[in-house]
Ligand binder design. Structure first.
Ligand SMILES: *Cc1c(COP(=O)(O)O)cnc(C)c1O
Length: 377
C-alpha cells in the first residue's frame, strides 16, 4: 500500500531551465521577461484584453475590489459556498457580503435567487465557477445588465473551462485566477487578474505597483514616477513567472492528464455510487469543465466522515471542502445564520474531494477506487 496524498504538485520538467534563465537576466523582480511571457500566453490563449500576474488569486480579487471602488455602504452578492478570499477582497474595503444559496446540480450560485437579494446598495456580483464548471452566465450577465452591476469571476478553479464555448473568466468585467499549488497550473503561490474591459487596465497597472506610475516610467512614457493612487504590491517575482510559464506552455498535456483521471473516477465509481446513494459531479451540456477536482456527495454528514476515516486508514487522504461562509464567525457578523442558504448547509457537510492531481499514477488511482468501492454507506 502506498500513501496517497490529497494533492501532489506537478512539474513539467522545463521549470528549472526557465528559472535558471530568469536568474541570468539583469532583473528578476516583478514584470520581467517571464512575467511578460505569461501575460501573453494568458491573453492569447483566452482572448482577454489584458492579464496581469499577481502574487495570488486573493490579491487579484482585492485588485478587483479596488478597481470597482467598492466601499462602505456597498453590498456585493456572492455564494456562501466558497473560499474566504472571495469575500475578504471587498470586505477589506468596507463593503458587505450578501450570501446567496447554490444550485444542487453544479454547486454554483443559484442565478434564480440573485435578483431577490439586490437592493439599492448592490454594486457587484462576485461568483465562483465551482470545480471549474461554469455558472449560468447567460442569466447572470442579463441580471447584471438589468441592474447595472459589475460581475467579477473568481475563476480559481476554472482556467480553460468553458461555458457555451467561451472561456470562463471572459464574461465579467474582471476575473481572478489562482496558481496556488493545489490548482491545475501552479507556481506555488500566484494568481492573475484578467480584464475584459479595457477601461480598467491603466488603473490596474498603478494599483499593482504600489499606487505609482512606475510601469509608465519603465516604458519611457513619463520621466519620473510618482505616487498617483492607492495601491499595494501585487507583483510576483519573475522567478515564479518562469516556473509558471512552463506550466502554461504545457497546458494541453496537463489538462488531458487531468481529464483522463477524472473520467476514470467517473467510470469506475458510477456503479458503486448508484448502489450507495452517492452523487457524482454533474456537468451541464453547456459547460466544458476544467477538470479541477473530483468530488462525491455522500448521503449524510456521518457517511462523509466515515468515508474520510475509512480512506485515511488505508493511507488515502480525502478532504471536505468549504465550511459555508454565512455560518462562519465572520459571516455571522454580516447577518449569516442557519437557514439563510439551506442547500449550501446541506451539501457542504456531505461533500468529499478525492485525491486528484496531474501526476497521479494509475496504480495510485486504482488504490483509491478500490478503497472507495469497499465502503458501504
Ligand atoms: C484557491 C482559491 C482562492 C485563493 O487562491 P490563492 O491563489 O491561494 O489566493 C480563491 N477562491 C477560490 C474559489 C479558491 O479555490
Amino acid at each position: 500500500m502506498i500513501r496517497i496524498p490529497f494533492n501532489r504538485p506537478f512539474a513539467t520538467g522545463d521549470e528549472l531551465d526557465y528559472i535558471r534563465a530568469a536568474i541570468a537576466t539583469p532583473k528578476f523582480s516583478g514584470d520581467g521577461k517571464f512575467t511578460a511571457d505569461c501575460h501573453r500566453l494568458l491573453e492569447e490563449s483566452l482572448g482577454v484584453a489584458k492579464a496581469f500576474l499577481t502574487s495570488s488569486c486573493t490579491h487579484a480579487l482585492e485588485m478587483a475590489a479596488f478597481l470597482l471602488n467598492l466601499g462602505p455602504d456597498d453590498e456585493v452578492i456572492l455564494p456562501s459556498f466558497t473560499f474566504t478570499s472571495t469575500a475578504n477582497a471587498f470586505v477589506l474595503r468596507g463593503a458587505r457580503p450578501v450570501f446567496v444559496d447554490i444550485r444542487t446540480d453544479t454547486l454554483n450560485i443559484d442565478e434564480k435567487r440573485i435578483e431577490d437579494r439586490i437592493t439599492k446598495h448592490t454594486k457587484a456580483i462576485f461568483l465562483v465557477h465551482y470545480a471549474g464548471v461554469g455558472c449560468e452566465m447567460e442569466a447572470i450577465m442579463a441580471i447584471a445588465r438589468r441592474h447595472g452591476l459589475a460581475v467579477v469571476e473568481d475563476n480559481a478553479h476554472g482556467l480553460y473551462g468553458k461555458y457555451r464555448d467561451r472561456y470562463l473568466g471572459t464574461f465579467g468585467e474582471l476575473a481572478a485566477v489562482s496558481f496556488h499549488e493545489t490548482k491545475n497550473f501552479s507556481c506555488g503561490e500566484g494568481g492573475a487578474l484578467l480584464m475584459n474591459d479595457t477601461r480598467f487596465i491603466e488603473r490596474a497597472e498603478i494599483i499593482r505597483e504600489k499606487g505609482t506610475d512606475r510601469s509608465r516610467f519603465f516604458r519611457g512614457e513619463v520621466d519620473k514616477y510618482n505616487w498617483v493612487d492607492i495601491g499595494s504590491s501585487y507583483l510576483p517575482s519573475d522567478l515564479l513567472a518562469a516556473f509558471l510559464r512552463a506550466q502554461l506552455e504545457h497546458r494541453e498535456q496537463i489538462q488531458s492528464a487531468r481529464q483522463r483521471l477524472w473520467e476514470n473516477y467517473m467510470r469506475e465509481l458510477s456503479g458503486w455510487a448508484a448502489d450507495n446513494g452517492v452523487r457524482l459531479p454533474t456537468i451541464p451540456p453547456e459547460c466544458e469543465q476544467s477538470y479541477h477536482m473530483f468530488y462525491l456527495i455522500l448521503p449524510s454528514l456521518d457517511s462523509r466522515q466515515a468515508l474520510i476515516s475509512h480512506l485515511s486508514q488505508r493511507e488515502i487522504f480525502a478532504v471536505f471542502h468549504y465550511l459555508p461562509l454565512h455560518l462562519s464567525p465572520m459571516g455571522r457578523t454580516f447577518g449569516g445564520r442557519e437557514g439563510v442558504c439551506p442547500l449550501t448547509e446541506k451539501l457542504a457537510e456531505r461533500l468529499l474531494r478525492l485525491p486528484f492531481y496531474t501526476g497521479m499514477t494509475d496504480s495510485e488511482q486504482t488504490q483509491v477506487i478500490d478503497a472507495v468501492c469497499a465502503f458501504r454507506c
